[in-house]
Design a protein around this ligand. Structure first.
Ligand SMILES: [Zn+2]
Length: 90
């Protein structure tokens, strides 16, 4: 197994994974990704963490009066700070 890219995104699938979770990934790419995930623990962990983080984020009020530093700390507590722009990119 080659280790390329960032530790959080060792396969370079991070963008696809976020679209996959949002249900925005093309069906044929979904199938491809699912096939990849069957043999890739990294991507399964990312999907699992993203799903939980995104669902947590969506339980927050639509316009949360959360100070940015508190919000950032919340995300960092998941060690997913770098995924924040992806999850929020809507
Ligand atoms: Zn992977």
């Amino acid at each position: 197994m080659t280790q390329t890219g960032h530790a959080t995104d060792p396969c370079g699938h991070l963008h696809e994974l976020s679209e996959f979770i949002d249900g925005e990934l093309a069906p044929e790419l979904c199938a491809e990704l699912e096939q990849h995930m069957a043999g890739c623990n990294n991507c399964r962990v990312v999907v699992d963490t993203l799903r939980r983080t995104v669902s947590l984020y969506r339980t927050l009020p639509a316009d949360p009066d959360l100070p940015p530093d508190v919000e950032e700390r919340l995300w960092r507590s998941f060690d997913m700070g770098e995924l924040l722009p992806l999850a929020k990119g809507k």
